[in-house]
Structure formats: C-alpha cells, structure tokens
Write a protein that binds this ligand. Structure first.
Ligand code: NAP
Length: 297
C-alpha cells in the first residue's frame, strides 16, 4: 500500500475563504485586525515558524507585529508585554511563542493573555472552556488536526484515535476536540511503553512529539490514517516530522506530509481566529480587558 498524501493546502484555502468573509465584515466596521506574536528565543525553528505566521497574516491583510523581547527576556517583561497587548485596542490576537528563556514558566505567563484575544488557546481559561464545551479558541495546531481529518472525510465518531504527545498546546486540547466528535481517544506520552501497543490498535494516529522518525510503519496498523504534527529542523536545515514517511506510507492508507501538512493549516487558523476575535471584540461580545491571573475574563 502507498498512502495517500493529505496535504494542508486545500484545507488552508477553505479557511482563507472564511477569513476573507470576516475581513469584509471588519472593513465595513472600519476595523483592521491585528495579531501580535511575542517571541523570546533565538531558536531557528521557532523563528522560521513565526515568519510563516507573519507571512500568512500579511497575505490575508491582517497586520502582524512580532514583538521580539530577545532570548534573555525576564518573566516580568514578558508578562507586562502580554498585559499591554491585551489592553491595546488595535491588537485582536496575541500569541506567546515557545520556547521561552530557560527558567521562565510559560504556563503562568499565558494567563496574562486576554481570553478574548487568545487566538492560540494558550490561556488555561481557554483549555478549561474547551474541556467543558464552552466557546473558546482551541490551540490552532490541535484544531488544524481536526480540520484536516474532517476535510478529508476521515470518520471519527466511534473510531479509535491514538494521540502521541500530551502537551497543553496539542495533545490535551486535541483530546477534547476528538471527544467532542465521539472518537475514543488514547493519549500517549514518554512513559507509554511500548508505544506501538497503543498506536497499532488505532484507526487514526496523530504524532505530536518533536522527535524525527519516532513513528514508523511498525507503529501503525494497515489502513490507518496518520497525522504528523511534528516539526523538526535537522542539522542540514531540512524540516521533517515525527513520522518516518517511507515505512509508514507502506502500511497506512493516508499520511499528512511535513512540510505542507498540518503546519499550513495551523497558520491559516491563527489568521482566521484573529479575524474572529476582531469581529467579536467589535461587536462587544467579549471584553477586551486583560485577563491576568485571578481575572475572570
Ligand atoms: P512538547 O510540549 O515538547 O510535548 C511533547 C510530548 O511528546 C510530551 O507529551 C512528551 O511526553 C511526548 N513524548 C516525548 N518523547 C516521547 C516518546 N519517546 N514517546 C511518546 N511520547 C513522547 O511538544 P509540543 O509543543 O506539543 O510539540 C510537539 C511537536 O509538534 C513538535 O515537533 C513541535 O515542533 C510540533 N508543533 C507543530 C505545530 C504545527 O503547526 N505543525 C505547532 C506546534 C507544535 P511527556 O509529557 O511524558 O514529556
């Protein structure tokens, strides 16, 4: 069997059409949507990703500002930047890009992103709301996985999905999105041994780890659909996923490529979410104020 390539391009195009419709409504209201990406690293893969977000925003007509605080930024400085952006009426979407400087805890800082502007679902309030089925922005990567599966009409209800990785940005929110679609979900992590015991039973396998070649054809059952979220930059500069494509394509029925798969959809979603946030804020549906720790916004 040679797996079908499930590319992100057609999915991103459909999302861009939604963005266009939102932009038309925003233009009628005189609102120019703005996205701010806060960066505190010199990690090359991260900077590459941030540039791709900025390009996607620019192409769509969404103003994107990269706030580069440098790899030595202190937690206080990052927190005050997030609070300032949360209160800035010209900013409708805020992303705090990881990794952060050593010793800086991101899970506390993301609480400084206003929930109304939390277009990458990083504030714990967003994950909490998602978990109980309330309206919230899901982290774009988790939603991108579901958008890919739905676009390519991969059935989820009653199916077993094995998600490898349990981070707050991918594995955990993806669990919620899959449960909402009536999938039966196994979430694996570094202590799930042997990994193939949990992945080879599943009809859909999602790899979100950050280790090139972690999943091979031996990890998946014949005919499975495999979604590769991993983005790893090799020493030679190549971008690869977590899935070893050749052996996996021999066994799986479909596989998302890296690059050109989930990442393409993720950036399109960040731009879409920003226009949605701008619409909701301009309608006064949500308060624009900062949602620092202890706030209920
Ligand atoms: P992360 O926070 O480092 O989490 C990695 C997860 O993988 C953890 O849950 C970890 O388990 C698990 N893990 C590590 N080694 C494992 C092993 N040998 N077997 C099974 N599980 C293992 O990473 P992340 O932020 O979720 O990102 C994951 C990958 O997705 C990275 O490659 C990242 O670059 C990529 N990514 C892509 C996009 C996109 O748009 N395409 C967006 C975001 C991230 P423990 O919890 O036990 O440590």
């Amino acid at each position: 069997m040679t797996a079908l390539q499930l590319t992100g391009g057609p999915v991103a195009r459909r999302l861009r059409a939604e963005t266009e419709a939102n932009l038309t409504a925003l233009r009628d209201r005189g609102v120019l949507p703005g996205l701010a990406v806060v960066v505190a690293t010199d990690n090359e893969a991260t900077l590459w990703y941030v540039r791709s977000i900025a390009r996607a925003a620019d192409k769509a007509g969404v103003r994107c500002t990269v706030v580069d605080l440098g790899a030595g930024a202190a937690a206080d400085e990052i927190a005050s930047t997030l609070a300032r952006l949360s209160a800035d009426e010209d900013v409708h979407g805020i992303i705090l890009q990881t990794p952060l400087p050593p010793g800086v805890a991101g899970d506390e800082l993301v609480a400084h992103i206003s929930a109304a502007k939390d277009v990458d679902g990083a504030n714990p309030l967003s994950l909490g709301r998602l978990t109980v089925g309330q309206q919230a922005f899901a982290p774009a990567t988790a939603r991108a996985v579901v958008e890919m599966l739905e676009h390519y009409e991969v059935p989820l209800a009653g199916r077993h999905v094995s998600v490898v990785g349990r981070s707050a940005v991918v594995g955990k929110p993806l669990l919620q999105l899959l449960l909402q679609r009536d999938a039966t979900v196994t979430v694996c992590h570094s202590r799930s041994r042997p990994l193939e015991r949990y992945t080879s039973e599943a009809e859909v396998v999602v790899a979100a780890v950050g280790r090139p070649g972690l999943l091979t054809g031996d990890h998946v059952r014949p005919g499975a659909v495999v979604v590769d979220v991993g983005t790893n930059v090799l020493e030679n500069g190549d971008l690869v996923g977590d899935v070893e494509p050749l052996s996996t394509a021999e066994v799986a029925s479909a596989l998302t490529p890296v690059p050109g798969g989930v990442g393409t959809v993720t950036t399109a979603l960040l731009v879409l979410h920003t226009t949605q946030a701008a619409l909701e804020l301009s309608e006064g549906l949500v308060p624009a104020r900062s949602a620092g720790p202890g706030s209920s916004a």
